[in-house]
Design a protein around this ligand. Structure first.
Ligand SMILES: Cc1cc2nc3c(=O)[nH]c(=O)nc-3n(C[C@H](O)[C@H](O)[C@H](O)COP(=O)(O)O)c2cc1C
Length: 333
């Protein structure tokens, strides 16, 4: 019998929270992990002292399995190496590394050699097969997803294609999952669990700006668009966002439209910036990159992270393989 996602990561519920840069800080990640799912903090461009400060809050805020999300194509190989080295050195073994898109093989090997669980989000069958070969939990992202898009498949078609190729791998589904019913459909397609982004954007503990949360809550899937306009800071990858005056008219001047603060450091926000509006951002919030999945149709009201986990726990697998059974299985092999 294939272990559930909960078995692989040591969780009560087969549910991953996306490590969303700027939105998913240590507070959200710890709240999700303390509720029995896998929280994940967005590492995004943090390095050195700023990353250390976040890791410290993450590892003191929960003693349960939790993750750190890194994005290889945003930081490039040198900074990714520094980030990975810091996470491995400064966190205990229960902290897994989650990547958006494939890192190089040397990074995959370094993480597994350190005894850490890998989670890799992919948008193609080819990348999924590669990630599974490295021992990763494979997150299959469909184009229903909020944020940057790794492929062109719809979620359940990619899940089914991956399951056909990888009967024994642990596969989580991502993209457009806003209700327990959506999660049940992904499980029926062959997923072992799910990853949620947008559903956690509106949670109390998320650091999304209040007007971003309100816009997601009010929206349905027809209010989202796939575009490439929010490219400053992360060029060359399409993303699903709430439609804004900027997506409607990308010909506007590249002027500064706001200010923000990241780990104590102030920054100006240009129009077309890939940075999300957070609770530390001011200015023209409605023109900024409000990443949002088709899942917004089913997301209503502001809940705590624990409320979101509890709602999905009704339909998601728990730890089904007992330690005894796992020991027996490994003796047989
Ligand atoms: C606001 C927002 C920010 C995101 N930032 C990241 C990120 O930093 N790293 C990452 O791996 N995925 C990120 N994602 C994408 C998610 O991992 C995932 O593919 C997506 O949220 C799933 O679709 P859903 O939003 O409909 O649940 C982000 C998604 C959203 C909505």
């Amino acid at each position: 019998m294939r272990p559930t996602l909960a078995d692989v990561l040591g969780l009560d519920v087969s549910l991953l929270q996306s490590g969303m840069g700027g939105v998913a800080g240590s507070e959200l990640a710890c709240a999700v992990s303390n509720a029995g799912a896998a929280g994940c903090a967005g590492g995004y461009k943090l390095v050195d002292g700023a990353l250390s400060a976040m890791l410290e809050r993450l590892t003191t805020g929960t003693d349960r399995p939790v993750g750190v999300n890194l994005i290889p194509e945003v930081v490039g190989p040198d900074d990714l190496d520094r980030q990975v080295a810091q996470v491995l050195a400064e966190t205990p073994g229960r902290v897994h590394l989650s990547f958006f898109g494939m890192p190089g093989d040397a990074v995959l090997e370094r993480v597994t050699a350190a005894g850490r669980q890998l989670v890799v989000q992919v948008g193609t069958v080819e990348d999924g097969v590669h990630a599974a070969g490295a021992g990763a939990v494979v997150v299959a992202q469909g184009i229903e997803a909020g944020g940057h898009l790794l492929g062109t498949w719809r979620r359940d078609e990619l899940v089914a294609a991956l399951r056909a190729e990888l009967p024994d791998a642990c596969v989580a589904a991502a993209g457009g999952i806003g209700s327990p019913g959506d999660a049940e459909r992904a499980l029926a397609a062959g997923a072992d669990g799910v990853l949620l982004g947008t559903a956690f954007v509106v949670a109390h503990e998320s650091r999304a700006h209040g007007r971003f949360k309100a816009a997601v809550t009010a929206a349905d899937d027809t209010d989202t668009v796939i575009t490439d306009v929010y490219e400053i800071g992360w060029p060359g990858r399409r993303h699903r966002v709430l439609a804004t005056a900027v997506t409607a008219d990308p010909g506007q001047p590249k002027k500064f439209i706001g200010r923000t603060v990241v780990e104590g450091k102030p920054y100006l926000v240009p129009r077309f910036s890939s940075a999300v509006p957070t609770d530390a951002t001011s200015g023209r919030i409605e023109e900024m990159a409000m990443y949002c999945g088709e899942s917004c149709s089913a997301v209503s009201g502001e809940l705590s992270a624990a409320d979101v986990v509890a709602a999905f726990a009704r339909v998601l697998p728990g730890p089904e393989v007992s330690e005894n059974e796992q020991r027996m299985e490994s003796h047989v092999r």
